[in-house]
Design a protein around this ligand. Structure first.
Ligand SMILES: O=P(O)(O)OC[C@H]1O[C@H](O[C@H]2O[C@H](CO)[C@@H](O)[C@H](O)[C@H]2O)[C@H](O)[C@@H](O)[C@@H]1O
Length: 385
């Protein structure tokens, strides 16, 4: 692993000062709400802005990205007024699988490569461990999936890496035997007892819910008041857009449009665009029917994987095989790190063909469960022989 790059400050150089002064108090003294905390407009009066002309989001590609996010299985070819049948979809999927084979069909290849190595698992949450549902607050994982992940963690060091806040994803997964990285890897926690090395300046010691001593790494900690402020503005300014939902993930904020009528997508995009104009230190990324606002720092799920491998003493690529399973564009950063460094395997969860840096594919969370169960069985079997 390139240690130098992870030891450098993850904050991208940008001359604009961080605008904590907007709030009038030093950031270190600011309280920020826990994940999922309900925002009441009484907390702060924010002048509401009507979205500007919708030209920006049409020309900057945001709208196209929104339309292509989470595509439906059946597509209508508008120009020809024909519907692509599921047979056509299947043909497209199977030819895509020639390039990104099923991790289930390639199981032997994966385990042959991992035979004398320590396998380290990284799992995304939404769309990977839990199916995508309309209400983000109801994205529960099944008890079966939970027990599968528990078993995986018995044999392989396992981290959940999510775009959600760390607290929220821990609440949803509920397993103490895992490591957790929330806010797309900008909020990482693991027990000090498992730590082999860290010399990162953004690491601090803390205690978790079980009062265990933990290492907390938050490369975007100085942005927390700014994210909180933007979250409130987003809530206020999207209030009249039916179906819009804004989440505060502590180090980033999400604006969901899954339940917004398609004709209002330009309005919601323009609304986010207008707010971001006031925050040059924040940027936008796209997820599955969600716009994500996050700090302009050189940190993502890929960097988080590298950081965790190093901190846990697992960065020797000859002895270690990291496997990362995820479904989202933000997971591509991790797939890329594994592919480019020839370090491990990315597995994309998708039921439609997609451009990806992953090596393998799985169709949906049920196939993820099957793959994880096979891995556990293989490990138990190989321990005997
Ligand atoms: O990194 P992840 O764990 O995959 O988190 C990414 C986003 O997941 C959630 O949104 C997605 O799942 C929702 C529930 O199925 C769905 O309603 C939404 O449309 C998806 O985008 C979460 O709510 C986001 O904040 C995360 O960033």
């Amino acid at each position: 692993m390139d240690l130098k790059s992870t030891n450098a400050s993850p904050v991208l150089t940008d001359p604009a000062p961080i605008n904590n002064s907007r709030l009038g108090i030093p950031s270190s003294l600011l309280p920020y709400p826990q994940s999922g905390a309900l925002f009441t407009s009484a907390m702060l009066t924010i002048p509401r802005k009507k979205p500007g002309k919708l030209d920006d989001v049409r020309s900057n590609g945001w709208l196209d990205a929104m339309i292509s996010s989470s595509p439906p299985r059946k597509k209508v070819l508008k120009d020809f007024k024909v519907e692509v049948t599921s047979d056509d979809t299947d043909i497209a999927y199977y030819s895509w699988m020639l390039k990104f084979p099923s991790a289930l069909n390639s199981f032997e290849q994966i385990t042959n490569y991992g035979k004398n190595k320590k396998i380290v698992m990284f799992l995304d949450y939404d769309g990977t461990l839990s199916p995508i549902v309309d209400d983000p607050d109801r994205a529960f994982m099944s008890d079966d999936m939970r027990s599968t992940v528990r078993n995986v963690a018995k044999y392989f060091p396992t981290t959940i890496i999510s775009g959600r806040s760390r607290d929220k994803v821990y609440e949803l997964v509920g397993l103490t035997e895992l490591y957790y990285a929330g806010s797309h890897g900008m909020d990482i926690m693991f027990p000090v007892s498992d730590m082999i090395s860290t010399d990162h300046s953004n690491s601090i010691r803390s205690t978790d819910q079980q009062v265990k001593e933990v290492n907390l790494f938050q490369p975007a900690s100085e942005y927390l008041p700014m994210i909180d402020e933007v979250f409130r503005t987003l809530v206020e300014n999207t209030r009249d857009i039916k179906g819009a939902k804004v989440e505060n993930h502590k180090c980033c904020a999400s604006v969901h449009y899954r339940n917004v009528e398609e004709k209002s997508w330009p309005t919601i995009a323009q609304c986010v665009h207008d707010i971001l104009k006031d925050y040059p230190r924040l940027r936008l990324t796209h997820g599955r029917k969600v716009l994500e606002v996050r700090p302009v720092i050189d940190w993502d799920k890929g960097k988080a994987v590298e950081f965790l491998l190093k901190s846990l003493g697992l960065s020797n690529s000859d002895d270690v095989l990291p496997i990362y399973i995820g479904d989202d564009r933000t997971d591509e950063d991790a797939f890329k790190v594994l592919r480019e460094g020839k370090r491990g395997y990315g597995i994309l969860v998708s039921s439609v063909p997609k451009e990806t840096n992953a090596f393998f594919s799985l169709r949906d969370p049920s196939e993820v469960k099957e793959f994880l169960e096979s891995l556990v069985r293989w490990k138990q079997w190989s321990a005997k022989y």
